[in-house]
Design a protein around this ligand. Structure first.
Ligand code: FEO
Length: 171
């Protein structure tokens, strides 16, 4: 049985994951409008990843006899100065999410909630990957800032990304 303070924190995290999905869907729409289909594909896969994260929290909370309560998702920004600016916001956002996951881990320690602590380890590792991936794309974009051919090649590369659901998550 999950404690009330943790139930509330996990529900807040479901909202944060769904906001991440909404933010990245908005970025996908912006990138489509710039005719950068590969970049947009990367974002669309990222949307599915965030929805899977939300489902992972949902399933865990339900399994622990907690009650999932969905709340309003705030509107995301709708435009960016450049693809680079969008990806810089991805990294900034992922750093914020990492901070949220760390706060959840701290709360689980405070409450002596070992089950949630163990569950959160997957997210701690996932955030390392999320930040590194965004940073990698930012570095490629910076290297090719004045090279439209380079942008085209990155777009082609990002078009290859496909969604692989995390183990045990059904969307
Ligand atoms: Fe759900 Fe991108 O972290």
């Amino acid at each position: 049985m999950v404690q009330k303070a943790m139930e509330k924190a996990l529900n807040d995290q479901i909202n944060a994951e769904l906001y991440s999905a909404y933010l990245y869907l908005s970025m996908a729409a912006y990138l489509e409008s710039r005719n950068l289909k590969g970049f947009a594909n990367w974002m669309r896969v990222q949307v599915m990843e965030e929805q899977a994260h939300a489902k992972k929290f949902y399933d865990f909370l339900t399994a622990r006899n907690g009650r999932v309560i969905l709340s309003e998702i705030k509107a995301p920004p709708t435009g960016w100065e450049s693809p680079l600016a969008a990806f810089e916001q991805v990294l900034e956002h992922e750093q914020l999410v990492t901070g949220r996951i760390n706060d959840l881990v701290n709360l689980s320690v405070e409450l002596g909630d070992h089950a949630t602590n163990s569950f959160l380890k997957w997210f701690v590792d996932e955030q390392v990957e999320e930040e590194a991936t965004a940073d990698g794309i930012i570095q490629s974009l910076k290297l090719n800032e004045n090279n439209p051919g380079g942008l085209f090649l990155i777009d082609k590369d990002l078009a290859q990304r496909t969604f692989v659901p995390p183990a045990g998550v059904t969307l």
